[in-house]
Design a protein around this ligand. Structure first.
Ligand code: RB5
Length: 148
């Protein structure tokens, strides 16, 4: 599995740390920017990452902004994307088991890095349950993408 990663200026420093962490864990990644602390608009980077993830079933995305919120809202506009803004291990884990999330939104500001690593680990290593009721609910969500 390949990780597609992106951030805005507020997530830039945390993104750099995450890249080092992924490298250390020998997890392949592609960084789609931003490349500096200069102010940018998070939807631009959310879209870049989300498009790549939607187009490649063997990839998942990590998006970092100040809160993780804006990136997650924007990524969820892309067909096929199920993004979670996870502030704790439980929501990251359950978002994989129940919702088969393919994008993880992380908070770059005022958030402990130790917690970030735990969240990433659990999110990367927890499989979707594949349970019938969850498949049915996810199918309803893809149905919404067509209907609305
Ligand atoms: C940028 O200041 C900030 O609004 C952005 O990084 C993010 O937190 C939005 O949700």
């Amino acid at each position: 599995m390949k990780i597609i990663i992106g951030s805005d200026h507020a997530g830039f420093k945390l993104k750099a740390k995450i890249k080092k962490y992924l490298k250390m864990k020998k997890i392949e990644y592609l960084d789609l920017g931003t490349d500096s602390l200069e102010s940018v608009d998070y939807p631009d980077y959310a879209l870049k990452v989300a498009k790549q993830v939607a187009g490649n079933k063997d990839s998942r995305g990590i998006l970092v902004c100040g809160t993780g919120t804006g990136m997650t809202i924007a990524a969820n506009k892309v067909k096929g994307i199920r993004a979670v803004a996870a502030y704790d291990v439980y929501s990251a884990k359950m978002s994989r088991i129940d919702n088969d999330t393919n994008v993880l939104g992380l908070r770059g500001r005022y958030f402990p890095y130790e917690k970030v690593k735990k969240i990433i680990n659990v999110w990367l290593n927890t499989p979707f349950s594949g349970k019938q009721r969850h498949k049915r609910r996810l199918k309803k969500i893809s149905g919404l993408e067509k209907k609305i």
